[in-house]
Design a protein around this ligand. Structure first.
Ligand SMILES: NC(=O)c1ccc[n+]([C@@H]2O[C@H](COP(=O)([O-])OP(=O)(O)OC[C@H]3O[C@@H](n4cnc5c(N)ncnc54)[C@H](O)[C@@H]3O)[C@@H](O)[C@H]2O)c1
Length: 401
């Protein structure tokens, strides 16, 4: 046995001299297995390790089965196909994400009623009471619209859906909405509004045929801008909430997918939407609740004590805008580098009586070869000045591009 002093002598001066030490370790290892009782203990250890690995595997399998239990299978595919059936000439085949949400339900119903094929998708999260989402799902069901329970981050599920149905359009409304909730659960905004958007765009990019996409951004991207009415040529680099920041990020991300992959993408900036089946997290609900309970309503003021105003848009107008943008969307062109058009719409109805109803719209034309915005037009028009329906107006706009 080498003495301690001897071992000290063998201490490596550089890592390259570690050989001797490993030799010592090898001897110790050998000694360890020398006795049969130690062998037994090692065997027992290996058995326990294997058993735990197998039970962990079955846990993972069963939990992934549980996660994906809401989709897949012959019956599920049948429901998807039936729901996607088109019942009119030149009808659309639309995947509506966030279908059990407020806007998603109305858009799905309108499209279905005119004979388009609709498949809904929603993860029924509990940001607000999911029983309301389930009630909307029942309403959709009664109109033969099937809502898949799943998350837009689920690549496999999306690939399966595009495999089953050749969607001509995607109406992307799934998102983490609300401003204040970001203080409680900031990651939910990144999960749905950024990661989920990218996963969906990837699925659209890989689909054959590639669908045209219309998605909901938000007027919140105008952020700290003070000039009113807002215009699409306004800068949108000062978001005032995480929600707004994720919507702004969405606008940049969709631009990239249009630019690189030729996906036809239309982004709509909704101004606060109200109407039947509305979202219970909105102020008009809490105001009504307070009034019914005889409680005071806190009224906030802006800078220098000025009164604050907010634009509200009735759900039917939002639905018209969504349907019009689906109807007038150009086809996705694949990654051939051809010229593509992006139409971005913001609509705002002004509450102030003397200003009357206003509708702001603008179009941007992107020239792919120079990657520069060639033309940008903005208009703030009274609806009666338009003299045409939103659909006709949008068609005219696209035709002049
Ligand atoms: N309602 C408004 O006032 C308003 C204003 C501006 C923008 N928007 C945008 O319009 C869209 C629709 O809004 P809404 O009012 O109907 O909201 P909503 O919350 O009622 O609907 C969104 C739906 O998406 C689902 N969802 C969320 N994350 C998902 C995910 N990762 N995978 C699958 N489903 C998911 C939710 O369960 C919900 O049912 C959203 O993109 C929202 O940001 C709404």
């Amino acid at each position: 046995m080498p003495s301690l002093a001897g071992e000290v002598l063998f201490l490596p001066s550089t890592p390259g001299k570690f050989k001797d030490k490993s030799h010592t370790m090898h001897r110790q290892f050998h000694r360890c297995f020398a006795s049969s009782s130690t062998m037994f203990l090692w065997a027992l250890f290996l058995v326990v390790l294997t058993a735990s690995y197998l039970s962990f595997q079955s846990f993972v399998d069963s939990s992934s089965k549980y996660l994906s239990a809401a989709w897949g299978g012959i019956q599920w595919e049948k429901q998807v196909r039936a729901s996607a059936q088109i019942h009119r000439l030149n009808g659309l085949s639309v995947l509506v994400t966030g279908a059990a949400g407020f806007v998603g339900t109305h858009v799905s119903l309108t499209l279905k009623k005119r004979g388009d094929g609709i498949v809904g998708l929603d993860n029924f999260n509990n940001y607000y009471d999911p029983t309301l989402k389930k009630a909307r799902q029942s309403l959709l069901n009664s109109h033969n619209i099937f809502v898949v329970e799943g998350d837009v981050n689920d690549q496999r599920m999306l690939a399966k859906l595009f495999d089953i149905v050749a969607f001509s359009h995607v109406m992307h409304l799934a998102a983490q909405a609300g401003v204040r909730y970001a203080m409680e659960n900031p990651n939910s905004y990144v999960h749905s509004n950024i990661a989920g958007l990218v996963t969906l765009l990837e699925a659209c990019k890989n689909a054959n045929p590639q669908p045209a996409i219309t998605w909901a951004s938000s007027s919140s991207v105008y952020g700290l801008n003070e000039k009113v009415p807002f215009s699409e040529s306004d800068k949108t680099d000062q978001p005032a909430s995480l929600y707004a920041a994720t919507k702004k990020a969405g606008e940049e991300i969709t631009h990239t997918y249009n630019h690189i992959y030729g996906l036809s993408i239309t982004g709509l900036r909704f101004f606060t939407v109200y109407g039947p089946w509305g979202r219970p997290d909105m102020a008009y609900f809490s105001f009504t609740r307070s009034i019914l309970l005889g409680k005071p309503i806190t009224v906030y003021r802006g800078k220098n004590g000025v009164n604050l105003a907010r634009d509200f848009t009735y759900i039917d107008d939002i639905v018209k805008g969504c349907v019009a943008s689906l109807d007038t969307a150009k086809r996705s062109t694949g990654s051939g580098g051809k010229k593509r058009v992006r139409l971005s719409i913001g609509s705002s109805i002004w509450a102030s009586a003397n200003q009357g109803e206003r509708l702001t719209m603008s179009t941007e034309r992107l020239n792919q070869s120079t990657d520069r915005i060639k033309e940008s037009r903005c208009a703030a028009l009274k609806t009666e000045e338009l003299g045409v329906s939103i659909l006709e107006y949008m068609q005219q706009q696209r035709e002049t591009l």
